[in-house]
Design a protein around this ligand. Sequence first.
Ligand code: NAP
Length: 283
Amino acid sequence: MSAVILDGKKTAEEIKRELTGQVAKLSNKPGLGTLLVGSDPGSVSYVAGKHRDCADVGMKSIRIDLPETASKQDVLAAIKELNSSPEVTGYIVQLPLPGKMDSREILQAIDPAKDADGLHPENLGKLVMNVAGHFDSPLPCTPAGIVELLRRYQVSLAGAEVAIIGRGLTVGRPLGLLLSSKQVDATPVLLHSASKHIEEHVRRADIVVAAVGQPGFVRKDWIKPGAAVLDVGITRRANELVGDVDPTVVEVAGYFAPNPGGVGPMTRAMLMTNVVKLATKIS
Ligand code: NAP
């Protein structure tokens, strides 16, 4: 048996085509802003990709790049500019921030109505409060991309047991909230570095999401035959990106989102989706 590949690249292209049609109907073209601090190669490449996506769907993009040496005050001043700019419908602060800068304090300064990543505490709070799951606030992009990818491949989510490995802010923690909303109705188990018997949880799971950042963490013999496995964690090695899942899981899984090419492009597509939704609210 070989798993059906959850092709995030192809699915993201479909979503971008849909968004292009929606953007064309808006009288005011939406604009995505990015704030990049420093020159981490991964971050530089992600930001460039987001600007290419904007051009593809007919959106404006606004870019502020600050040097590695920028102070907290410099970053907050840039955020103030993005909050007040009429060109900017929504924006992101590219994480991680360099040095010891506290990303929580920076994220809190974002106007929640322009929070394209859905990571402002007000929007995360709405994700917690809205058990019914009819969200009108921006959702964190990677969790939303994971759910959308599974839905488009008709992987059954209602009642599914989902092992999420990693409780980070951008993936595991908000994904558990989204999956347990009534609109999705899955049963997530959130695993982390202090969890016991991780592989036993994974063996029972219908869906496995690995968001740890350790190459090959999830092994083929952990996977229940037919389960859906999504490789989200990223480790940069020389010139390649390596995921958390041993790629031989394709031999036992029913569905497999590889890394790269699975959840990454979906994250970007959900960012565009959030901005178009924000623009539709305004117009
Ligand atoms: P993060 O803040 O990097 O946290 C990593 C998580 O992994 C933590 O919860 C940590 O547990 C857990 N962990 C570390 N070692 C472990 C172990 N041995 N056993 C079990 N759990 C362990 O999380 P993040 O920001 O959510 O990102 C997670 C990964 O996804 C990163 O590699 C990131 O680069 C990647 N990512 C990918 C995309 C994409 O679009 N593909 C988007 C965002 C992030 P503790 O909390 O106990 O320390």
